[in-house]
Design a protein around this ligand. Structure first.
Ligand code: DAH
Length: 341
């Protein structure tokens, strides 16, 4: 018996296998139900009582040895599975991982800010929850102005008409002028709110960029030049502008600015409704009352202001016809702007 054990041990020292199947065959040969080691164990009952202890230990050791040899062989193949196989092509392009894109409104806002930034305007921001003074009164809105009507403005508290969601970013003009003296040259991006029914053409919130320049001897001609520079960089070097007289409580004189239609070049098309012009912003010379309200002497200083809707510019630039797309977060829409980065 002891000799059979020694012979098997010697065999086990030399076992080799060419693949996993061969290992399995060896396992069956030595340790399987009808294998050599179980057969040895079956013969154990014929061992004389005085040798049982010695033979028993030797058989058990043999079994353990066989198990460890076979798992050793098996592991050598398992680790080979993890190694680079010959047909793996490391030069193949990886599957692209989808990454987020900037929202089209952020793209347009950033572009607006960058253009004005290059002309010396710095960025100023203010709160979305505002008071009547900053949104209306300081900006020369008469007490009965329709913009104060519940139809247009979201009041936070029905009882207290003083706290409201700002309806325009012009409130940041007041906030800035109140705590700084000219020269002031700022652009103010931000979200604004109006009590409007949501449709393709109107929304209860949207985004604006306000501009303000206050200094000595600022004239309407300065305003016109800055806006022309902006329009050309935003819509192309051939863009023309036209200023039409308009009314805003906080500017005098006030104007609305059109750009020559960038789709038809001014000949007339569906976008410009055949006129060759599209409106893009409101502007004017800051009303002396506004300067006075903010502690700036209108006898010494003058200035201009302008305000534009970011959605409006984005609509024109990217031909988005439905305003609601900007806030629905449909990734099919958002992904269209990947190349605009
Ligand atoms: N606040 C105006 C609006 O919401 C836009 C505007 C017009 C701003 C003329 C200005 C301005 O600063 O001078 O429609």
């Amino acid at each position: 018996m002891i000799e059979r054990i020694a012979a098997l041990r010697a065999e086990l020292d030399n076992i080799t296998a060419s693949d996993k199947n061969a290992v399995e065959e060896l396992r069956i040969k030595y340790l399987g139900k009808k294998g050599l080691i179980p057969a040895l164990m079956a013969d154990f009952r014929n061992v004389p009582a005085e040798s049982k202890k010695e033979v028993g230990r030797a058989v058990n050791e043999l079994k353990e040895y066989a198990q460890s040899r076979i798992s050793e062989l098996k592991e050598s193949f398992d680790s080979q599975d993890n190694e680079v196989s010959a047909d793996l092509d490391l030069t193949r392009t990886a599957t692209p991982t989808p990454c987020g894109t900037r929202h089209p409104l952020s793209l347009v806002r950033n572009e607006i800010l960058e253009i004005f930034g290059s002309m010396g305007f710095t960025i100023a921001e203010g709160p979305e929850i505002e008071d009547d003074w900053h949104v209306f009164e300081s900006l020369n809105f008469p007490p009965d102005h329709p913009a104060r009507d519940m139809q247009d403005t979201f009041f936070i508290d029905r009882e207290n008409a003083d706290v409201l969601l700002r309806t325009h970013t012009s409130s940041v003009q007041t906030r800035t002028m109140e705590h700084s003296q000219p020269p002031i040259r700022i652009v103010c991006p931000g979200r604004v709110y109006r009590n409007e029914a949501i449709s393709a053409r109107a929304h209860c919130f949207f985004h604006q960029v306000e501009g303000l320049y206050i200094d000595k001897n600022v004239s309407f001609a300065d305003l016109e030049q800055v806006l022309l520079g902006f329009a050309r960089r935003m819509f192309g070097p051939d863009t023309r502008i036209r200023l039409r007289p308009s009314y805003f409580p906080f500017t005098e004189p006030s104007a609305e600015m059109d750009i020559s239609c960038h789709i038809c070049g001014g000949k007339g098309c569906a976008l410009c409704k055949g006129t060759g012009w599209v409106e893009i912003l409101g502007c004017g010379m800051v009303d002396p009352n506004v300067l006075r309200n903010c502690g700036i002497d209108p006898e010494v200083y003058s200035g201009y202001a302008f305000g534009m809707g970011v959605e409006r510019i984005a609509n024109l630039k990217y031909k988005v016809k439905d305003l609601r797309l900007f806030s629905e977060n449909d990734v099919r829409f958002l992904n269209e702007f990947i190349s605009a980065h």
